[in-house]
Design a protein around this ligand. Structure first.
Ligand code: ARG
Length: 577
């Protein structure tokens, strides 16, 4: 039942439809404090139309509603131009708990997306380089968006647009031919590639002819030279092995790994259209699209040697994806520093006359800022993702050793909680804000953190397990199906828990609309905080059988909702911690 909508319906009837139910529902907000009620309808907008003061209007609606209150409202009051609404708690708690219990792992899921195709391009590391923390944000935010859109009934497709083409490969091949050995690179992977790449730059500072050699190798790649391509392919395969180790740990799977190289091949159509539309101009031998009219630097399409560039490959990829997937939406999750790049090439697609340009969105995010000197893996500016995750897990394990040394499966739980801490930390503020990376803060089991939510989930599981009527996790929803008396859990604490749980589905929808997974993280924190207050205020496993069944039902739906929410963020929910 949609309480806001039902309340709007009742108000609209009293106002003789001066405002539609939908309009009224839009104005209704949560009341600012529990004393003032659960929902509030501001009457200010009606003053002109009804030629009465907002306070008068609120009073009038209040009086009329009181003549016959609907079941789900327990009381109404008028204060300073607002109509305040108090819900019938037993009814609200009962319906919310039943709904979660019935829907189980699907609580919050919907058909909103109608199976429309949504592409989520994320992670996209640069081949021959380590998967480093520079890709933490895109990987975690992108994965969450992928899950969220899927849960809302969109057909989501996860794309990993590997940075597998460009000038760096000419340098890498040159370096390998001069100083590399197969056995060494085979054994050391990206570490070995990084070493020879760094050496290339050191040596090229002294001997500029190396740059010429690198350009020659790049040209060979462009022309499909067998030796060049074999080496390139090998660098690619070596790199993807490391990336996939990280994805596996994070529970990420992509539907496609088509990188920049794939679209390098698809440039002819782009160039043809640009020519046809008179958009291509020459500049110092290169081909560009002039964007000065739009107050942007030109978009680079072809190098003077005919090679493709980062922006032109993006244009080719967009056209190809439209053809391949006929997407409803196509999202690109990258750091904020690429905003201009996306504005430029998307403008070119617009100038090419593609109407679906409006269906693409760049989803930028802020920087990860490290607490100075606090990261033991700190080496220059490049922190490898694997080292970072290992450190998170090691730190978590030592916390578990202190708090709960007898915990079974300690290593597994430490992996789940350590990664949970890193992921939740990335998803706890609006995307665009910088994320502070502080171990103490993100691993605090009592802070607004992943471990706190996971701990609350484990706490709910342990209560249910102790109650004995509940085998975790197989019998999801059993207790509620057995029935309970909701009037026994209509106290302030229980009601707050139910309200927080009831707000979860709307948080998911808003998270998708705004591309902001943090709205879900916040929702999980509210649920956890409300449940922990309830837990401390009440004996859940009490002697009164009915009371106990009701409290266990509430506990069970807390468990379920936290689990569903954590899964959307890409976080596991261990049953013991
Ligand atoms: N490989 C790029 C980088 O690491 C990110 C790719 C972003 N996606 C895109 N379509 N340009 O900076």
């Amino acid at each position: 039942m949609d309480y806001k909508f039902e309340a709007a319906k009742a108000i609209s009837r009293i106002l003789n439809n001066t405002l539609s139910t939908d309009e009224i529902a839009q104005y209704i907000t949560p009341a600012p404090s529990a004393e003032l009620g659960d929902m509030a309808f501001p009457c200010f907008r009606l003053a002109k139309e009804l030629k009465k003061s907002p306070a008068r209007i609120a009073n009038d609606i209040c009086t009329k509603l009181n003549e016959g209150l609907p079941d789900f409202i327990s009381a109404v009051a008028a204060t300073g131009g607002y109509l305040n609404i108090f819900l019938n708690r037993a009814l609200f708690v009962g319906q919310t708990v039943s709904e979660v219990a019935t829907r189980g792992k699907d609580y919050g899921r919907s058909e909103l997306g109608q199976n429309r195709v949504t592409l989520v391009e994320y992670s996209s590391p640069n081949v021959a380089k380590h998967f480093h923390v520079g890709h933490l944000g895109t990987t975690i935010i992108g994965h969450a968006l992928y899950n969220i859109f899927g849960f809302l009934g969109y057909k989501t497709i996860g794309l990993n647009y590997l940075g597998d083409w460009g000038t760096q490969f000419g340098k890498l091949i040159t370096a390998f031919k001069k100083w590399g050995s197969r056995e060494d690179i085979e054994a050391t992977g990206i570490d070995g590639l990084t070493k020879i790449y760094v050496k290339f730059h050191d040596e090229a500072d002294k001997d500029a002819s190396l740059n010429g050699e690198a350009r020659a190798w790049l040209l060979k790649m462009q022309n499909g030279d067998a030796e060049a391509m074999e080496l390139w392919r090998w660098f690619l395969d070596l790199s993807v092995i490391e990336y996939q180790r990280v994805y596996k740990r994070l529970g990420i799977e992509f539907d496609s790994y088509r990188g920049e190289s794939y679209y390098n091949e698809k440039m002819d159509a782009v160039v043809a259209t640009l020519k046809e539309k008179n958009l291509l101009v020459e500049s110092n031998g290169a081909m560009i699209v002039d964007l000065s009219e739009y107050k942007m630097p030109p978009c680079l399409i072809l190098r003077s040697d005919g090679g493709t560039l980062y922006p032109s490959r993006d244009i080719a990829a967009a056209l190809d994806r439209k053809q391949t997937y006929d997407f409803h939406k196509s999202l690109y999750v990258t750091g904020m520093d690429q905003t201009l790049h996306f504005e430029q090439w998307m403008k070119v697609v617009e100038l090419m006359g593609e109407p679906w340009v409006k269906d693409m969105a760049h989803i930028p995010y802020g920087l990860v800022v490290f607490e100075e000197g606090k990261l033991s893996t700190r080496k220059g500016n490049v922190i490898k993702m694997e080292d970072l995750l290992d450190e998170a897990v090691a730190k978590t394990l030592s916390i578990i050793e202190q708090k709960n040394p007898d915990l079974p499966d300690k290593e597994l739980v430490a992996e789940q909680v350590g990664l949970g801490a890193v992921i939740f930390n990335q998803l706890y503020s609006s995307r665009i804000k910088d994320v502070l990376f502080s171990w103490d803060r993100m691993l605090n089991f009592e802070g607004e953190t992943g471990p706190y939510v996971q701990y609350t989930h484990a706490r709910a599981c342990s209560v249910l397990a102790r109650a004995g009527t509940f085998a975790v996790p197989e019998s999801e929803g059993n207790i509620a199906k057995n029935g309970f008396d909701a009037s026994l859990i209509s106290d302030e604490y229980s009601f707050e828990v139910a309200k927080a749980i009831g707000a979860f589905p709307a948080a998911i929808i808003e998270a998708a609309e705004k591309y902001e997974p943090f709205l879900i993280s916040r929702s999980l924190i509210y649920i956890s905080q409300a449940f922990n207050k309830f837990y401390h205020a009440n004996t859940i496993i009490c002697d009164d059988k009915n009371l106990r069944a009701a409290r266990l039902s509430l506990t069970n739906v807390v468990r379920q909702t936290l689990k569903n929410g954590l899964a959307l963020l890409g976080i596991e929910s261990p049953i013991r911690m």
